[in-house]
Write a protein that binds this ligand. Structure first.
Ligand code: HEC
Ligand code: HEC
Ligand code: HEC
Ligand code: HEC
Length: 131
């Protein structure tokens, strides 16, 4: 049976839409950690080639960074990959909650210090991203 031209056209539009949306959803192109959650910034955005970093560091478990929330507490079993940290950690946080800058610093530097690998000084993170 031959497909109607209308259905073929609909399929073509769908395929095009998926292809166009792909780069926006991919973290492969990420070269710096986004700063959208901060009202103003005083430092250079942090150089962070998402996929290359995680490959070098041997991080295959997304929850190593993208954890979730359960009953107001951190849930390390929930995978929130793709959700910005700032959805849960605001620049100015409620008492007892971790504000955005501290969330990033604790997560990034925390691991680098435990593993004794990766940058721990200001200028080694807040620097121009590699092209
Ligand atoms: C391991 C990497 C790392 C190190 C080391 C680090 N930072 Fe950051 N910092 C981040 C990340 C990630 C963010 C949030 C995203 C961004 O700014 O690109 C951030 C955000 C900030 C912000 C808020 C955003 C802005 O630009 O105002 C300030 C201020 C800041 N860092 C200062 C410092 C200072 C001062 C030091 C050294 C004492 C330092 N950082 C060391 C990773 C790092
Ligand atoms: C070393 C920490 C780390 C690991 C491990 C990690 N990510 Fe991320 N990822 C980040 C950070 C930091 C951001 C930026 C968060 C923000 O915008 O607040 C991010 C953003 C993303 C984004 C959004 C991209 C964009 O352009 O907005 C996606 C999708 C994503 N990560 C998927 C994954 C997946 C899938 C895995 C596991 C295979 C993973 N991440 C593992 C740190 C990590
Ligand atoms: C779905 C919500 C949610 C998302 C998304 C999320 N977190 Fe959290 N995070 C929490 C909750 C809840 C806690 C525990 C309460 C608190 O400290 O604010 C927590 C705690 C933390 C802590 C522990 C602070 C400490 O003092 O030990 C760090 C570090 C952290 N988050 C970093 C991040 C980073 C970096 C990202 C993004 C890659 C992120 N979080 C994404 C909800 C979230
Ligand atoms: C769970 C552990 C872990 C976390 C979390 C983590 N890193 Fe790393 N990072 C590493 C390791 C391990 C290395 C060293 C990799 C190697 O052998 O070169 C590294 C290296 C780096 C390097 C230098 C190598 C490169 O890719 O350019 C940068 C920059 C860096 N990390 C930034 C960050 C930032 C920014 C964050 C937070 C958003 C972060 N890291 C979170 C483990 C981690």
């Amino acid at each position: 049976m031959k497909r109607s031209p209308l259905i073929s056209l609909a399929l073509l539009v769908l395929v095009a839409a998926v292809l166009l949306a792909a780069p926006a959803m991919s973290q492969q192109d990420m070269t710096t950690v986004p700063t959208e959650g901060f009202q103003k910034t005083t430092r250079l955005p942090v150089a962070f080639a998402h996929d290359a970093h995680n490959e070098k560091a041997g991080l295959t478990d997304c929850t190593a960074c993208h954890h979730g929330e359960k009953d107001g507490k951190r849930d390390n079993t929930a995978d929130t990959a793709g959700i910005p940290c700032s959805d849960c950690h605001t620049a100015v946080a409620a008492p007892g909650k971790t504000p955005l800058m501290r969330a990033f610093h604790r997560q990034c530097m925390g691991c680098h210090m435990t593993q004794k690998k990766g940058p721990v000084t200001c200028g080694d993170c807040h620097k121009p991203a590699k092209k």
